[in-house]
Design a protein around this ligand. Structure first.
Ligand code: SF4
Length: 300
């Protein structure tokens, strides 16, 4: 059956102040999912993929954008001029005035991310804080923040397909889709049994032990489904022995990310929703058990 390309919702990917990490992540999507996306949407512009048309031509044209995806932080500082010689703030607002839905792809677009943290004098923000007054109320839906450094390609696809079919998504207090960010990176981690019995890993890159107490793992405080929707369909940070660095939370990037801050041996932060006293009691009890199996190498 022939499809009418013009009927497909139009998607435009705008890059602002960015390292391209979300583009790399997007391009590593599962082949079948990418094909489904390209069959269902009309990707009218992506700076790394498009030829023959420029962003300026689209802005000047009558083209209407259904879904505006933004990668990178926004600034009106001329030090960060785009290729066309305009600020990312101006370009963002010109694009938003032609768009129905606005989606931040990544932590930098959501709230400024590491650019906002490390270039504090440069007026760098996320997209919502960069909208002109006229654009604040012109969109069909509140701005959606897909936090993450980078964002999983599947989070982008699920957001686009949900909005295409249902027109709206429930968002949490940070503007993130609840269905993607309701759980924690801790959920589905293959090391949960080690966490439960307080058997800690002393180093990165091994299969055994939990990475919470000694390696700075933020899985129990980080809203993401990294251990449920796996990366490249096979893996996650914690599965390969690398602590979760909490990249979907607004305090990312934190200082000393591979360290669990403690006070007289007690972690400053305990898993979300658990009272510190209860956590300490449970930890004390768990440590009285010594389960031999959990202290052995999984593979000799
Ligand atoms: S490694 Fe991190 S995510 Fe996995 S069980 Fe330990 S604390 Fe939770």
């Amino acid at each position: 059956m022939r499809t009418n390309k013009n009927k497909k919702p139009k998607v435009l990917w705008f890059q602002a102040v960015t390292c391209n990490g979300n583009t790399h992540s997007f391009l590593s999507a599962n082949d079948n999912r990418m094909k489904l996306f390209l069959d269902s949407f009309d990707l009218i512009y992506h700076p790394s993929l498009s030829v023959g048309i420029s962003l300026k031509e689209i802005i000047k044209s009558k083209i209407e954008i259904d879904f505006l995806l933004v990668e990178g932080a926004i600034t009106s500082n001329e030090r960060f001029f785009s290729i066309s010689g305009e600020t990312t703030s101006l370009l963002l607002n010109q694009l938003v005035s032609k768009s129905k839905y606005l989606i931040a792809v990544g932590s930098c677009a959501s709230y400024g991310g590491l650019h906002a943290k490390f270039e504090q004098n440069e007026d760098i923000k996320g997209i919502q804080d960069s909208l002109d007054v006229d654009n604040l109320y012109s969109l069909k839906h509140p701005t959606i923040n897909l936090t993450g450094c980078p964002v999983h390609p599947e989070w982008i696809f699920q957001t686009l397909f949900t909005l295409k079919d249902y027109k709206k998504m429930a968002l949490d207090d940070e503007g993130r889709p609840k269905e993607l960010y309701y759980g924690l990176a801790h959920h589905g981690c293959t090391r949960n049994e080690y966490f439960e019995w307080k058997v800690e890993s002393k180093t990165f890159g091994v299969k055994e032990g939990c990475l919470f107490y000694d390696q700075g793992c933020r899985g129990p405080m980080t809203h993401s489904n990294c251990n449920k929707i796996l990366w490249n369909d096979v893996n996650s940070k914690t599965r390969v022995g690398m602590p979760c660095i909490g990249c979907t939370e607004l305090d990312f990037p934190r200082d000393n990310m591979f360290e669990t801050k403690k006070n007289i041996g007690i972690p400053d932060q305990v898993p979300i929703g658990i009272n510190k006293r209860a956590y300490l009691s449970l930890t004390g009890i768990a440590k009285t058990f010594k389960i031999d199996r959990l202290h052995k190498k999984l593979i000799d």
